[in-house]
Design a protein. Structure first.
Length: 110
């Protein structure tokens, strides 16, 4: 799994996740990176999961943990680019009701 971050002029940080988000180093890498951004005072996040091909229950839990951390810090987290398979998983687990989901980055940061 690759995780890249990009700071936008609007104050949003885009975290791009691609590949697999599953139990082990992948979820730990995302969690550590997200928590480091929170500690630096970042509060506005967009998860770009356009390139995410697979997520297991641990990965879903990590995404919810990121959302919880952002909300506890007074911030927000949005999701962009979920493919139909990932959307179905989010729907089955109720995550789609917890995180605002958008089709494009422009919509999420508007």
């Amino acid at each position: 799994m690759a995780v890249d971050t990009k700071h936008l002029e609007s104050g949003w940080v885009v975290i791009t996740i691609s590949g697999r988000l599953a139990l082990g180093g992948e979820t730990e890498k995302l969690n550590a990176g997200f928590n480091a951004l929170l500690q630096k005072g970042q509060r506005k996040f967009v998860l770009d999961i356009t390139g995410l091909e697979y997520v297991d229950s641990s990965g879903v839990g990590t995404l919810v943990s990121c959302l919880t951390g952002a909300k506890k810090a007074g911030g927000e987290l949005k999701v962009v680019g979920a493919n139909p398979r990932i959307r179905r998983i989010f729907n089955m687990t109720g995550v789609d009701n917890m995180m605002p989901m958008f089709g494009t980055l422009a919509e999420a940061t508007a």
